[in-house]
Design a protein around this ligand. Structure first.
Ligand code: NAD
Length: 492
């Protein structure tokens, strides 16, 4: 594994993707100070990136504000053309971007390729959606008046993005903001600056004007402080932990920003005993182990009904044993390293806690021996509601299976969590599927499928999983203000 990422990065044609320079006010800023970027699989330094200061961020805010009027006044079709061109440049550089993602984030290359296509999809989606930001005309309640509601861009937007989807979380936010007519400043996660900066190179090539899309890398607190305090930042979109989301929401209160938050999840995955076992196991593997488990949609509690519990555990263990663990740049790998050591440590803590309280642990792998950031895919069966893994987000390749008896019981247990992002239900009964689709408390629910995300869907959660929606036709609302206009006295 040693040197694998460096070898791939050395072969990139786009050397500028490795420059690690921030894009502020149309200029590439190398920064007086630099932060190292490491390959999470090996801990090796693979590049470095500008550590921008609060002063740099203030310059970015000023540049974004200057660019706003001209960007807002462009025809939506002109903005759409740039977004489409940006998407097509991403697809044209798919392999190079995927190598960057795997090298700094760790996910298997096949998943990184999927992320680039998924990420480009948001630019294409919002290119079209921006042209459909219709307002409305309201039947008047006043004689001789016409009542209109217009959608207008809110102003400069800020996006604070995570390391688990270092490309797609940027395009999902920025594509929407730009289509709405808002300049956007991105502060990417310090673990994955290269992907964000490569996107900035391609945005510039697509013709996105100076100041309209900027990427500022560096320390999260130093860079987010000016974003929170500045009244010129009108919208703030964040994806990451609930803890940081809460802190940002409080910080945005002083300047009353429009805040959208996509926070953690703790998805219940409910399997009734009328299902096709093979399909349910396949779904559970996909819902638990995609992105090596570092996914807010990940199944965190797999509830299996008594009648098929033992058969499910046996088949699920056999499927998990087939997963290949290794460096994401090695062929056929399913599970890469955790991007952050803290996530790997959290996984070990949850396993320890569950086993201590009576769960059975099964793993056919010795992932940990590959390096400190690796976590062996592990099945924990006989998990009970008092265990940490049944309450706190795991964000790693540990699958918790819990037995249940009745439908009423599992609905109550599934909803007994402060998170409400995603959920999954496997059943052969249409009536039961309809009942659960009404009663599970979450923003996104898959019935007999583990795969439902994409640009057309309103992505977001209930309860402490967040505020607002990304993607879909609803996404635009996060970056637009409604303006009601009453044209009065028209009969005079
Ligand atoms: P995090 O919330 O600390 O990081 C996400 C983003 O927030 C990054 O850009 C980071 O630089 C920024 N950030 C961190 N502290 C900040 C601060 N004080 N002010 C402003 N920005 C700040 O997440 P993490 O610590 O890297 O991961 C911890 C847990 O968060 C994970 O185990 C997982 O449960 C959850 N998480 C969820 C998602 C998701 O997709 N919803 C993504 C990443 C992490």
């Amino acid at each position: 594994m040693a040197g694998l990422a460096t070898k791939h990065l050395n072969n990139l044609h786009r050397r500028d993707f490795l420059a690690g320079a921030a894009l502020i006010d149309g200029r590439w800023i190398a920064g007086e100070q630099r932060d190292v970027v490491v390959d999470p699989a090996t801990g090796e330094e693979i590049a470095d990136a500008a550590r921008c200061s609060g002063v740099d961020m203030n310059r970015a805010i000023a540049a974004a504000e200057r660019s706003f009027a001209a960007w807002r006044e462009l025809l939506p079709a002109n903005r759409a053309a740039m977004l489409r061109s940006w998407a097509s440049l991403m697809l044209g550089h798919l392999e190079e971007l995927a190598i960057l993602v795997t090298s700094e984030q760790g996910k298997p290359l096949a998943e990184a390729r999927q992320e680039i296509a998924y990420g480009a999809g948001f630019l294409e989606w919002f290119a079209a959606e921006g042209e459909r930001a219709y307002g409305e005309t309201i039947p008047s309640h006043k004689l001789g008046s016409i009542l209109q509601v217009r959608m207008q861009p809110i102003g400069v937007a800020a996006a604070i993005t995570p390391w688990n989807f270092p490309i797609a979380m940027i395009t999902r936010k920025a594509g929407c903001a730009l289509a709405a007519g808002c300049p956007v400043i991105v502060k990417p996660a310090p673990e994955t600056p290269l992907s964000a900066l490569a996107l900035a190179r391609l945005a510039e090539e697509a013709g996105v004007p100076r100041g309209v899309f900027q990427v500022v890398t560096g320390d999260p607190v130093e860079l987010s402080t000016p974003l929170l305090r500045d009244t010129r930042i009108r919208a703030l979109s964040f994806t990451g932990s609930t803890e940081v989301g809460r802190f940002l929401l409080q910080g945005a209160a002083d300047t009353i920003k429009k805040v959208s938050l996509e926070l953690g999840g703790h998805a219940p995955f409910i399997v009734f005993d009328d299902v096709d076992l093979e399909k349910a196991v396949k779904g559970a593997v996909a819902a638990k182990f995609a992105t090596s488990g570092q996914d807010c949609l990940a199944a965190n509690r797999i509830y299996v009904q008594g009648g098929i519990y033992n058969a499910f555990v046996e088949a699920f263990a056999a499927a998990i044993a087939q997963l290949k663990v290794g460096h994401g740049l090695e062929p056929e790998v399913d599970i890469g390293p955790m991007t952050k050591l803290s996530v790997a440590n959290k996984c070990s803590g949850q396993i320890y806690d569950a086993v201590k309280k009576g769960a059975r642990a099964f793993s056919a792998h010795r992932g940990a021996s590959l390096g400190p950031n690796f976590v062996a895919p592990t099945l924990l069966s006989d998990v009970t509601d008092d265990m940490l893994i049944a309450r706190e987000e795991t964000f790693g390749p540990i699958a918790a299976v819990l037995p249940f008896g009745s439908e009423e019981e599992v609905i109550a247990r599934a909803n007994a969590n402060e998170m409400g992002l995603a959920g999954y239900v496997y059943t052969d009964s249409l009536r039961r599927a309809l009942r659960l689709s009404e009663q599970i408390e979450c923003g996104m629910l898959g019935i007999n499928t583990a795969s439902f995300t994409g640009p057309p869907i309103p992505f977001g959660g209930w309860k402490q999983s967040g505020l607002g929606r990304e993607g879909s036709r609803h996404g635009l609302a996060e970056y637009m203000e409604l303006k009601y206009v009453c044209f009065g006295d028209l009969l005079a």
